[in-house]
Design a protein around this ligand. Structure first.
Ligand code: MRU
Length: 333
């Protein structure tokens, strides 16, 4: 066994792969032992494990763990495909699984664990690099608007957009984070607020529909969000509501940045129209299911529109904060 891999959202050691079940945060911190790749697929689809980089790392580790007990190459290839297709939008998942098959072609347990470990360690390093590059864009006294959860819970490092904010905070810059609650699954209210509180970073939570009023008040000096897939032309898919924030930021003359590791850049995807957008169950919009139980506020059969992501067109993006630096043109390498 290699040295244990440990993050706030995931641990891999002699006891196996365990993940923090994010569905019940902030009320309960339940850790779940991953039994089998199909179990991991369920955890990814239910958003127990979520965030673009984290689902890639988790799938890679679940696959490496499975290979310790299974030798049959056909079973392994079918399992890799099943993991790869667990969710459609975040390209980090496909990137991680393709890399596992490419760099460990014999599909032996030792090589697969070596590649999965590299994927884990690179994610930590890419988060740190983004934090360093992005923190320089934040000035003392800035108010920063963000959406969804892009911190340690979405990666195995300090995060993407939230890592940038954390980087500036650790440089002792006075800053204030405005976190959109992020309907329908409330990743901002449940997860980002939880992380910011633990880190001691000053913040205010707002309903998504309050962002326009906040920008009009002049409270926001920059917006920074994460991404699930960045197309070759720079169009960037992220949590639903990101496009609305980008339009608002442009209207108010506020810079709008996308922070992501290179594992989120999909050069084979020409533009945002080609990014597959996940549609999720209607029940997520008609109500909510969390640690405290379930509530439904809409009639049971009300038709629902529930795309999980939208695309911010490149012309609304000031710059892309990647691990390779801040890019002001969509030229990624
Ligand atoms: O549906 P989720 O919670 O997986 O969506 C996550 C996001 O949209 C994040 O902003 C994105 O993955 C980038 S975070 C590192």
């Amino acid at each position: 066994m290699r040295s244990p891999l440990s993050a706030i959202s995931l641990v891999y050691d002699e006891a196996g792969l365990r993940i923090l079940d994010q569905r019940w945060l902030p009320d309960r911190e339940d850790w779940v032992t991953v039994q089998h790749p199909t179990h991991m697929v369920e955890l990814i689809q239910s958003l127990a494990v979520r965030g673009a980089p984290l689902i890639g790392v988790s799938a890679a580790l679940a696959f490496a763990q499975f290979a310790q007990h299974t030798r049959d190459p056909d079973t392994l290839r079918a399992t890799a495909l099943q993991l790869r297709e667990a969710r459609p939008t975040a390209v980090n998942l496909m990137w991680a699984m393709d890399r596992m098959l490419r760099e460990a072609p014999e599909l032996d347990a030792e090589s697969l664990l070596r590649v999965a470990t590299q994927i884990f360690e690179e994610d930590v390093a890419m988060c740190n690099a983004m934090a360093t590059h992005g923190a320089a864009l934040i000035q003392d006294g800035d108010g920063i608007l963000t959406i969804c959860n892009t911190g340690g819970l979405a990666t195995v490092g300090v995060g993407t957009a939230l890592g940038v904010i954390r980087g500036a905070f650790e440089q002792k810059k006075a800053l204030h984070v405005y976190a959109c609650e992020t309907r329908p699954l409330l990743q901002g209210g449940r997860l980002t607020a939880w992380e910011l509180q633990k880190l001691g970073i000053p913040h205010t939570l707002l309903c998504d529909s309050m962002a326009a009023a906040l920008l009009r008040m002049g409270k926001v000096k920059l917006c920074v969000i994460g991404a699930d897939r960045i197309a070759a032309n720079g169009d960037s898919a992220n949590k639903i509501g990101s496009y609305a924030l980008a339009v608002l930021a442009r209207h108010h003359g506020v810079p709008f940045y996308v922070a992501a590791p290179m594992s989120t850049v999909d050069l084979s995807c020409p533009d945002g129209t080609q990014i597959p957008i996940e549609e999720r169950p209607a029940a997520e919009v008609r109500g909510f299911h969390g640690a405290a139980g379930s509530v439904r506020w809409a009639p049971e059969s009300t038709p629902v529109f529930n795309p999980s992501f939208d695309v911010v067109p490149r012309e609304l993006i000031t710059g892309w904060i990647l691990n390779t630096g801040v890019h002001y043109q969509p030229i990624f390498s």
